[in-house]
Design a protein around this ligand. Structure first.
Ligand SMILES: Nc1ncnc2c1ncn2[C@@H]1O[C@H](COP(=O)(O)OP(=O)(O)OP(=O)(O)O)[C@@H](O)[C@H]1O
Ligand SMILES: [Mg+2]
Length: 253
């Protein structure tokens, strides 16, 4: 069953086209990685899917319903989005920030269930020890895990994450991707923009390669070849195949 369908999307900032005629169908319950050079349009595409940006041409459908048809609260129950980096000051505690993820589900005030889901999510992201700390006093990686937790507490059907592992240490990179993989196995469609190709290769079911705002290639691991990566990034690489795994090693001379 198709969960998200992009039909001939165009998006431009002030008339400069950044996404060009993008069409794709995302299957439900998969972990999909969007990869491509800086400026290729990954973040813009995620923002269009979450309706933060409005496409100038084309349609985005969720289970055959155009996203413009959903009320904000309905959309928030379907899609959660974790931005590339949440700067700014956040005087709230870690617990209260993650509890905010429950907002689309809360009518008047948080119920016991909302508090339980928040506590369980904090544990999943290894944040229970710092739940009362202010976001302003966290490290970059801790902050990033708080915003991932807030999105998980939202209990969406579709999870969009923009470079979720960018600030994380190796242990937390693996833990977050394992968690995302588990969520996809439970039927959630998880779409991540990610630069670490080896990490993406280890966990993703599907790849979308963007180059200069165009869909350069898409498919399973099999599309990740020397030829594709060299043309996508304009660098020389070796793609090593080992027991069904793929590894990319850049050639530096
Ligand atoms: N708010 C904005 N106003 C104008 N142009 C923008 C804006 N945001 C992004 N762009 C431009 O749109 C293009 C795509 O940007 P986008 O952030 O989607 O790329 P990206 O693939 O996510 O890059 P990165 O890997 O660096 O995160 C770039 O050329 C960028 O300069
Ligand atoms: Mg980006």
């Amino acid at each position: 069953m198709v969960k998200i369908e992009l039909q001939n999307l165009d998006f431009g900032y002030n008339g400069n086209l950044v996404l060009k005629n993008i069409s794709h169908q995302f299957e439900k319950g998969k972990l999909i990685s969007i990869v491509g050079p800086n400026g290729s349009g990954k973040s813009t595409l995620l923002k269009c899917i979450d309706r933060i940006l409005k496409v100038q041409k084309g349609r985005i459908l969720i289970d055959a319903v155009e996203i413009s048809k959903f009320k904000a609260n309905e959309l928030a129950k379907k899609i959660a989005y974790v931005p590339q980096s949440e700067g700014g000051t956040f005087p709230a505690s870690v617990f209260d920030t993650v509890l905010l993820g429950r907002k689309p589900h809360i009518q008047w005030s948080p119920k016991n269930d909302d508090l339980k889901i928040t506590a369980a999510t904090l544990e999943k992201l290894d944040l229970e020890g710092i739940s009362q700390k202010s976001i302003n006093k966290l490290s970059g990686g801790q902050r990033q895990r708080v915003f991932i937790a807030r999105a998980l507490a939202q209990q969406p059907e579709i999870l969009l994450l923009d470079e979720p592992t960018a600030n994380l240490d190796l242990k937390h990179q693996l833990e977050v991707l394992k968690l995302l993989k588990d969520l996809s196995s439970q039927g959630i469609t998880v779409i991540v923009a990610i630069h670490d190709l080896n990490l993406a290769l280890q966990f993703s079911d599907h790849f979308i390669l963007l180059k200069s705002g165009e869909l350069f290639a898409c498919g399973g691991k099999e599309i990740i070849s020397n030829h594709t990566i060299e043309n996508l990034y304009d660098v020389k690489v070796n793609v090593i195949h080992n027991n069904g795994d793929h590894f990319i090693i850049p050639k530096t001379n």
